[in-house]
Design a protein around this ligand. Sequence first.
Ligand code: TYD
Length: 214
Amino acid sequence: MFITMEGIEGSGKTTQIANITRYLEVSGYAYMVTREPGGTKIGEKIRRILLDQEHHMLDAMAELLLYTADRAQHVSEKIKPALEEGKIVLCDRFYDSTIAYQGAARGIDADTIKTLNNLVLKDISPDVTFLLDLSPEIGLLRAWSEINTGSRDMGQSRFECEKILFHENVRKGYLALAEAEPQRIKRIDATLSPGAVEDAILTELKRFLRSRPS
Ligand code: TYD
């Protein structure tokens, strides 16, 4: 089973991934937690290029190809083997991020992104995706306050420096995806308290785990 977590900056993904991980651990499931960009040794190097604040000149197509290269490595080296071993894979961001960030926000056409994604996916796709949804005003305020308190690394925040309109377009991209694929993408109101968000996610997750063939 392949679970992905999506949302704009400051949507609380990190906290909720920790909560889901704890649930999988205490319930005795075999699982692997991973993230994009990154997740592999090569991917972590690509991640550094992608998030480096000095790279404000990074061309949009180069950016898309780097995310896709990272995903190619990640799928073949880690995700596909773990799924074949029967593990639950929990991934912080996956291809919906590309559609929302490089597509809806940067303006690269959806067909180009889908074509590239299909080249690297090797028949795998998320079974369930949690979209932590909130307005960029609230999300960015949260992300910036984490930078100020030192719990988030300023050097990794190239996207946090984008204008608010960029993040509004990311959000619109996500919401369009959730509307197009309501079976897979579960929109969660991320303005709720962390405990309420956790309850909403775990309720859905337990339903999915029950319906999964053993
Ligand atoms: P990260 O520090 O992991 O942010 P977060 O904690 O919000 O997940 O940075 C990842 C950044 O990469 C994030 O701003 C979203 C962006 N991204 C894309 O633009 N396209 C993609 O395909 C992926 C996977 C991420």
